[in-house]
Write a protein that binds this ligand. Structure first.
Ligand SMILES: CC(C)(COP(=O)(O)OP(=O)(O)OC[C@H]1O[C@@H](n2cnc3c(N)ncnc32)[C@H](O)[C@@H]1OP(=O)(O)O)[C@@H](O)C(=O)NCCC(=O)NCCSC(=O)C(=O)O
Length: 577
């Protein structure tokens, strides 16, 4: 049906008309994009209203950064670009961190921002929210486009969609000057100008020679290891990956957001023997994982003395050799590559030596056994392990739930403690270690999947997106936020010995974050012991009501942001002293 904006008035020449607003909406709908993550304001307020009236889901946030993080993670979960809509200059800038985050993390996302008039901006005549947004966005995303004419809206969105999802996915910026929305054109011509993007992310089949080379190297290994990254989770090739890992018998190490691709409790999972497998492996196959800081760039102490051979599976050819030599690069989309691996394995494969798999199992069992008693402590105020022991069981009982996780200690410890059982259920700070993703990601996860969300947040991390609890309540989302409140960043015990100002890393002592949720009609709980925490989280999971639990953690618990790859910030500081 034509999305008719108005009819022309000239007698005898009556024709159906459309305009920029309607063409933007039609372009999105035509391409199956049904949700917009938005903060209203000039010049896009009416676009949001009209999109909602036209049947799109328009979710209004309190800050563009959170809307952007929501759009990015929606892209990750659905393989369709998540759309974030913002006002010009300040709103656009607020959305940019999320756009850059999406690009770094390879999430398909489109930041659509209204902008000021080109004629005035280019002459720098001081327009309302004047800014050359396209130029600013360009270095922070995969592609950036501006649409000046209504008849180009279709092509503009087609280019943005294709750029966001094809090859290595990422963020795209689309600049829509205010004047565009009011441009009127013939409705039929308008519809004809729209573009339905066919096969937006074409399969990229690996060359048979690269597949053979990779499997030959893996087969010859004495101590092989597969590392699964969030690229593997994004691929939604879950069965193929599971079959490959199981048929090959090779131990696997999941990166943080790849946890659950195969259950963390799987007998081949080496997550709890991380140091051992990095150090002692002789061949490492990376599937959708990059050798960046999270893997200490593939060299140095964490990787031990024994020489390594790396096999890498990635859709982006330039990823190969970016940090160390890749002896067997396999370029292709992960589904196609792993399916080719499986076909090759069908003609015969020998499992890795039992000596290797047994050594890993024994290290894993040792680490798990060491941790177990810590998770059962019932101290009040809680320590991290006591509280996380409770949440570990919640996810075990609700494997369909999505875990959102950010913080310093809260992130580092939850990653190890909470086992994941299904793919794409753990959403965290990703490759940049960025704080503030919490509420945006939780909201998008609840909306896009319909599953309950457990957001485990450090008190500092939560502060970056805390106002969105109002959004959670407004849309009545099944989100339970647990704030690990130890009164500060890392710890709540630092003291400033120079003057009366608080130390730089501490917050108000005994803060009650649960009251924030109550202010907007949600359920707020103050939990001072693991038992209280358990009761409150279980109630939230059962009721699906917006809930915020202020989990009171001992202010002395926690340490300075632990190991970041090879870098320990604390030891750097100590060396400087
Ligand atoms: C790069 C890393 C993956 C490396 O972490 P590591 O500590 O080396 O590894 P892991 O966390 O995976 O595991 C730690 C240890 O726990 C073991 N382990 C893992 N799982 C388990 C279970 N289930 N049971 C028992 N033991 C376990 C694992 O084998 C390791 O022990 P061993 O095998 O014995 O070694 C991580 O540092 C990371 O993701 N960092 C990102 C942090 C981040 O983004 N922070 C945001 C900064 S916050 C901020 O802004 C700021 O602080 O500033």
């Amino acid at each position: 049906m034509l999305n008719t904006a108005t009819k022309s008035e000239a007698p005898g020449t009556e024709q159906e008309l459309t305009d920029g607003f309607h063409l933007v909406i039609d372009a999105l709908k035509l391409n199956g994009i049904n949700t917009i993550y938005n903060v209203p304001g000039i010049p896009i307020t009416d676009l949001g209203r009209m999109a909602q009236a036209a049947g799109l889901r328009v979710i209004s946030f309190r800050h563009e950064q959170n809307a952007g993080y929501a759009a990015g993670i929606a892209g990750y979960l659905t393989k369709k670009p998540g759309v974030c809509l913002t006002v010009s200059a300040p709103g656009f800038l607020n959305g940019l961190t999320a756009l850059a985050h999406a690009t770094t993390n390879c999430y398909p996302m489109i930041l659509v921002s209204g902008s000021s008039e080109r004629e005035i901006v280019d002459l720098q005549q001081g327009d309302y929210e004047e800014m050359d947004q396209l130029a600013i966005a360009k270095p922070l995303c995969k592609a950036a486009y501006r649409v000046l004419h209504a008849q180009d809206i279709g092509v503009g969105f087609a280019r943005a969609i294709r750029a966001a999802v094809s090859g290595r996915p990422g963020g795209v910026y689309l600049d829509l000057p205010a004047k565009l929305f009011g441009q009127v054109m013939n409705a039929e011509a308008g519809q004809k100008s729209l573009v339905k993007v066919i096969d937006a992310a074409p399969a990229q089949i690996p060359s048979p020679a690269s597949v053979k080379r990779a499997l030959d190297v893996l087969k010859a290994a004495k101590r092989p290891l597969i590392i699964l990254g969030k690229g593997a989770a994004y691929a939604q090739a879950d069965e193929e990956i599971k079959n490959f890992v199981e048929k090959s018998g090779v131990p696997f190490l999941p990166m943080s957001m790849a946890k659950g691709l195969l259950p963390d409790t799987h007998p081949q999972c080496a997550g709890a023997a991380r140091s051992t497998v990095l150090k002692d492996s002789d061949v490492v196959m990376l599937i959708g994982a990059r050798l960046n800081w999270l893997l200490s760039h593939g060299k140095g102490k964490s990787w031990g003395e024994s020489p390594k051979k790396f096999i890498q599976v990635d859709i982006e050819p330039r990823e190969m050799d970016s940090n160390v030599e890749i002896v067997a690069p396999v370029v292709g989309d992960i589904g196609s590559v792993v399916s080719a691996f499986n076909q090759a394995l069908a003609s015969g494969w020998t499992a890795p030596p039992a000596e290797w798999t047994k050594a890993i199992a024994s290290k894993r069992d040792e680490n798990v056994a060491k941790m177990a008693p810590k998770l059962m402590n019932n101290k009040s105020p809680m320590d991290y392990h006591g509280a996380l022991g409770v949440l570990k069981n919640v996810i075990k009982d609700h494997p369909e739930a999505i875990l959102v996780n950010e913080g310093a200690n809260t992130l580092d410890l939850a990653r190890g403690v909470i086992d994941m059982y299904r793919p794409r259920k753990r959403l965290d700070v990703g490759t940049w270690g960025v704080m503030g993703i919490g509420m945006g990601q939780a909201i998008a996860a609840a909306l896009e999947t319909g599953h309950p969300v457990l957001a485990v947040e450090g008190d500092s991390a939560f502060g970056f997106s805390g106002m969105e609890v109002e959004t959670i309540c407004r849309y009545d989302l099944p989100i339970c936020v647990v704030i690990f409140n130890n009164d500060g960043i890392y710890r709540g015990t630092d003291v400033n010995s120079v003057n009366a100002d608080p130390a730089t890393t501490v917050f108000v002592k005994g803060a009650r974050y649960d009251k924030m949720m109550e202010a907007f009609g949600g359920v707020g709980v103050n939990a001072t012991s693991p038992d209280e925490l358990k009761r409150a989280v279980n109630e939230a999971m059962a009721s699906r009501k917006p809930t915020l639990i202020n989990a009171v953690i001992d202010p002395a618990a926690g340490s300075e942001s632990g190991r970041i790859g090879n870098l320990n910030p604390q030891s750097v500081l100590q060396k400087k002293k």
